[in-house]
Design a protein around this ligand. Sequence first.
Ligand code: SAM
Ligand code: SF4
Length: 342
Amino acid sequence: MPDTQHITPKQKILQDTFGRKITYLRLSVTDRCDLRCTYCMAENMSFLPKSEVLSLEEMLSLSRIFMERGVRRIRLSGGEPLVRKNIIWLFEHLGAEISAGNLDELTLTTNGTQLRQMAKPLYDAGVRRINISLDTLDPVLFKKITRRDQLSVVLDGIEAALSAGLAVKINTVAVKGINDAEIASLLQWTQNKGLDLTLIETMPLGTVSDAREDTYMPLSVVKDQLDQQFTLTPSAYRTGGPARYFTVNGGTNKLGLITPLTNNFCDGCNRMRVTCTGRIYMCLGQDNHVDLRTALRSDTPTESLNACIDKALGEKPKRHDFAMIDGKMQGKISRPMSQTGG
Ligand code: SAM
Ligand code: SF4
């Protein structure tokens, strides 16, 4: 339940026109990355000029405005959040908001390459749970997918995170003809390590070298394949997020499926997304946005930001438009996932 005691009547809790309460903020802290996953980025990405990106102090101020409006969970994402210089400073300041009772949880989504050195500082800052993206355990395939030879670094990062006391969930994007034959071994590996695994369908975000239609792997097909090897039992577990969960072989670890194309999940959407340039996107799959940066840099930042957030709230769409119809992927968006933060 949001703690609304300190919210003035003007700074109402965030509720959209469909009655959905927004308690979760995803903040992209950079669009840059040290990997180049083929479904996410082109090899020669042009990144945003640094002058357009919010400072860490500005990101903290923005986060505090959202907390005042009832946001209780913040996830930092990117690009790769851990390649942003001094990012631990932001984690420490947001972590202090947990100790102060203003936030319930601070998490991140990472590709894992920096965790060897950053897992402990993250834990010390107040992070307890992280999502790590890993699409294969085969070094050759890892290099093919990410265009970088970094599998052993990521696996070491996962071990460092576990040793630091962080709960780890693995995220895997299913890519047809690339890692679909690998998913059963990934599930077995996460089972052996006592980790949860969430599978994600590719979404048509940004321009990449392979046609989206060629690499789209419906998770309904993956699930049928997994059913041959594992006993997957639907679970009532929900996070307020888009995943549907299953228990695996009667154990405690979960398999999550995020199926934006085969199954729309927007009814319970509880989140807003802010890019590293301070644009608020009400939905991953829509282009409408409101610019918070100008408000943040104005003479009356609190008032202006609250007005912008209210405007954004009024424009939150009912659902995204991703779909596969007659073999064509619908709802394509030119903005890559790395800009909005996955
Ligand atoms: N760099 C970090 C990472 O990879 O975890 C955080 C940002 S990344 C954009 C967040 C998540 O989005 C990752 O799990 C990634 O696999 C996923 N992702 C990126 N592009 C995607 C796409 N087009 N469709 C579905 N998932 C995508
Ligand atoms: Fe980087 Fe994450 Fe995109 Fe891969 S998915 S290129 S790791 S931002």
